[in-house]
Design a protein around this ligand. Structure first.
Ligand code: PGA
Ligand code: ZN
Length: 426
């Protein structure tokens, strides 16, 4: 039974305010959760309520959302059973008649939704992944480590937002993390030796200026080899184009390099890159409403390459259902704050898995020390997690939580490697 709900304004990894909630149960168990925040947010995401008062945090304060946590939400949920997550989330949604949670704010709702689950898990004496996933939860995800940042996450001249390594050949999750760290360090040395910047972007990856976006892939593959691994076999490349950021007036304009492309040209660009480099996954290769483009690329590359809908699906079952019907994409990126409650997030993952799609549990570019997504990834058996470079504590908190979970299930925990791509014919 929920006894008390307390919200507060804290700061995220970019020094912007965000909502934290603490839920206390009658038995004394407590749960605390903090909400992440995106930079390249999709237009169909649930609403992040900010104060707009320019005298505080440049208008980004979240006092109104915190007031909703301490006011209407606390009123509605006090006395309820925290273990009934569906009911908690339905009550939260019931407080806001809008389509996108703009009245209460998805940030206010999510903090409470997650904190309830954590408190209920504690009351049962279970780690969160076990509470949410039951006794079958045993898959440790393949990390997508974003070691080179561009786009809206970095001040460099690279248009593609994320270049990630996936240590699919590692035998275990802890080994995958070690491989990722060693490659990250080797990449840093290579960049330094070429006089390129080794300062990092929002997700902890390096953010050098490069003549061409393709050079990012080349230098990463060099780092993979120099670190002693085989590109393609041991380590694969994943990209997040975040191409919604490029789309305007029916065409794609890559803002930093000032390149223009049509949907067809962009599809050919991806096809060509995938033919020449060991790319296993492309996220948002087309923009958030370019369903036809997504269908096209899924038809041409979908057997061999994971085509991930982030801005396209926004963790929303309505948009995901459309994608499944159209054959647009073969994987979903899952971000809890895109939809605003835990139950809705898990419903989207479940729908994707039932349709033969894979799911990748994801952080946002603005994060906190909250590591709930690590537990969520294991709970739902997602098989993949995207949570930045092995650098900066906001990113590392999730990898470290997974290392602890791996220790909790030493005999049953499995790392699937290439087996995580159940959506592909490899
Ligand atoms: P965001 O970026 O958190 O800034 O939206 C992450 C992503 O696009 O996957
Ligand atoms: Zn994305």
């Amino acid at each position: 039974r929920i006894e008390k709900i307390k919200g507060r304004e804290i700061i995220d990894s970019r020094g912007n305010p965000t909502v934290e909630a603490e839920v206390t149960l009658a038995c004394g168990a407590t749960g605390r959760a903090a909400v992440p925040s995106g930079a390249s947010t999709g237009m169909f995401e649930a609403y992040e309520l900010r104060d707009g008062d320019s005298a505080r945090f440049g208008g980004k304060g979240v006092r109104k959302a915190v007031e909703h946590v301490n006011g209407v939400i606390a009123q509605e949920l006090t006395g309820r059973n925290a273990a009934n997550q569906m009911q908690i989330d339905r009550l939260l949604c019931g407080l806001d008649p809008s389509e996108n949670k703009s009245k209460i704010g998805a940030n206010a709702m999510l903090a409470v939704s997650l904190a309830c689950a954590k408190a209920a898990a504690k009351a049962c004496g279970l780690p969160l992944f076990r509470y949410l996933g039951g006794c079958h939860a045993h898959v440790l995800p393949v990390p997508m480590m974003n070691i080179l940042n561009g786009g809206a996450h970095a001040g460099n001249n690279v248009d593609i937002q994320e270049f990630m390594i996936m240590p699919t050949g590692a035998p275990t999750f802890p080994e995958a993390v070690r491989w990722g760290c060693e490659i990250f360090h080797t990449l840093g040395k290579i960049l330094k030796s070429r006089g390129l910047s080794t300062s990092v972007g929002d997700e902890g990856g390096y953010a050098p200026n490069l003549p061409d976006d393709e050079d990012a892939i080349k230098v990463i593959l060099e780092a993979v080899e120099q670190a002693g691994f085989v590109p393609g076999d041991d380590v694969k490349i994943a990209i997040d184009a975040a191409s919604s950021e490029w789309f305007s007036d029916g065409e794609y304009l890559l803002p930093k390099k000032q390149t223009r492309m049509t949907t067809d040209e962009l599809c050919s660009y991806w096809k060509d890159l995938c033919a020449r480099y060991p790319i296993i996954s492309i996220e948002d290769p087309l923009a958030e409403d370019d369903w036809e483009g997504f269908q096209k690329i899924t038809r041409s590359l979908g057997d061999k390459v994971q085509l991930v809908g982030d801005d396209l699906f926004v963790t929303n079952v309505k948009r995901l259902r459309k994608g499944i019907e159209l054959g647009a994409g073969n994987a979903i990126l899952v971000k809890v704050n895109q939809i605003g409650t835990l139950s809705e997030t898990m419903a989207a993952i479940d729908m994707a898995h039932r349709a033969g799609m894979t799911s990748i549990i994801s952080h946002r570019s603005g994060e906190t020390e909250d590591s709930t997504i690590a537990d969520l990834a294991v709970a739902v058996g997602a098989g993949q997690i995207k949570t930045g470079a092995p650098s900066r504590s906001d990113r590392v908190a999730k990898y470290n939580r997974l290392l602890r979970i791996a220790d909790m299930i030493p005999s049953s925990g499995v790392y699937l490697g290439d087996g995580a791509f159940t959506n592909l014919r490899l």
